[in-house]
Write a protein that binds this ligand. Structure first.
Ligand code: PMP
Ligand code: GLU
Length: 403
């Protein structure tokens, strides 16, 4: 970017961090286009195609003329299907006017944060956290306060830690379970203990991001934080279609929220997007109204890949790896390799290691810094087992060269 452009552009955009996940995916796409044999494990995107019955519903929607602006918060039929889904799967009772459908869960999160946060309000982020939480909170001029966790506690925040970080300025907590980037899943008892803290602070809200809800290997049903009645009025539940239904490109996410928050988000997107794509909404309705066997098959495949990668990564000397219970990421500690030298340069950070692995192993992963972590790399295993095995072999060789 030229000096002039930076000078002309707003502070808002100049101060914004580029999304690290998207940046790495872009870099690896460019290297591939140059003919390099890159295995891209950067982006969290299911490699499966959207199930056929969902695609058919979209084609039908076009033929039936669902091609106009929709109500800003989404078609009533879709919101009804979401209300039923929340009741059926999450034991949550929302009305259709408490649902706002948006252009991806990413926009749902932006709507909520921009609606709630004033300059200087504190936003608590159990770290590691998904990259866009911090960027969006900063865009709203909120002050991000990280709650650090470690791999030894499976990167989970406890009630005590949460309580210690709440001040009179804390307005919002944002977290995901199953978690991107760590794959950790909070149990019902752990969520109950967090709810006990939250209910003591009536001015505090929680954005609970449940987009990986289906991708859960614990064998126990997913628990929504909002299902604890004592915090229902303080929780915004975010979900979407990208992960569970392999619908990343359709750009479809939603919230269930207290009515006044849902109304604020509706107003916000009335100015930003006028609501999301009519055809994607009809596809989403079909996804929720049909049985989720195709999604469960994908989850089975993810679990198998998780087990394979866990074994391979655990065998690489120096790496500290935990067994993720959900989502499709490994977040492993590479700090044993800090201080090693490559091409005359000392590798001191996860970013240095990720660039080393991109250059030497031709494997793209995202470094921990932008997730609020100083020791780890994130590997997405939402790709074929064959590629994952090849990637682990290459990573193993590249680390061996540093020893
Ligand atoms: N939340 C989390 C934790 C994510 O990993 C993602 C990535 N897709 C999103 C929200 C946004 O999803 P989308 O906008 O594709 O619905
Ligand atoms: N959520 C995915 C990830 O973390 C997709 C990229 C993005 O939206 O940031 O990789």
């Amino acid at each position: 970017m030229s000096q002039t452009a930076t000078a002309i552009l707003s502070d808002r955009i100049n101060n914004m961090q580029e999304s690290a996940t998207i940046k790495m995916a872009k870099m690896s796409r460019e290297l591939k286009a140059q003919g390099q044999d890159i295995i891209d494990l950067s982006l969290g995107e299911p490699d499966f195609d959207t199930p056929q019955h969902i695609k058919d519903a979209a084609k039908k929607a076009i033929d039936e003329g669902y091609t106009k602006y929709t109500p800003v918060p989404g078609y009533l039929e879709l919101r009804k299907a979401i209300v039923e889904k929340f009741k059926r799967e999450n034991n949550l009772t929302y009305t259709t006017d408490q649902i706002v459908v948006s252009t991806g869960a990413k926009q749902s999160i932006a709507n909520v944060v921009l609606s709630l946060i004033n300059p200087g309000d504190e936003v608590l982020l159990p770290a590691p956290y998904w990259v866009s939480y911090a960027a969006i909170a900063e865009l709203a001029e909120g002050k991000c306060v990280e709650i650090p966790t470690t791999i030894d506690s499976n990167f989970k925040v406890t009630a005590e830690l949460l309580a210690q970080h709440i001040t009179s300025k804390t307005k919002l907590i944002i977290f995901s379970s199953p978690c991107n980037p760590t794959g950790s899943v909070y149990s019902q008892a752990e969520l109950q203990s967090l709810a006990d803290v939250v209910k003591k602070h009536p001015g505090l809200y929680v954005l609970c991001d449940e987009i990986y809800e289906y991708i859960n290997y614990t064998g126990t049903a997913h628990t929504s934080l909002a299902s604890f009645p004592e915090v229902f009025e303080q929780v915004i539940t975010v979900n979407g279609f990208s992960k569970g239904f392999a619908m990343t490109g359709w750009r479809l996410g939603y919230i269930g929220a207290p009515l006044w928050i849902a109304k604020a988000c509706d107003k916000m997107q009335g100015q930003f997007t006028s609501g999301t794509c009519s055809i994607a909404q009809k596809a989403g309705e079909a996804a929720l109204m049909t049985d989720i066997t195709p999604s469960l098959k994908m989850v089975e495949a993810f679990k198998k890949r998780r087990d394979t990668v866990y074994e391979l990564l655990s065998n690489i000397p120096g790496l500290k790896v935990n067994l993720p219970e959900g989502a499709f990421y490994f977040f492993f500690d590479v700090s044993a390799y800090f201080g090693k030298v490559y091409n005359g340069k000392t590798l001191n950070t996860p970013e240095d290691i990720s660039l080393y692995l991109l250059a030497e192993a031709k494997v793209a992963m995202v470094s921990g810094e932008s997730f609020g972590d100083k020791y780890c790399l994130r590997m997405s295993y939402a790709t074929s087992e064959e590629k994952l095995i090849a990637a682990c072999e290459r990573i193993s060789k590249a680390f061996a060269q540093l020893s």
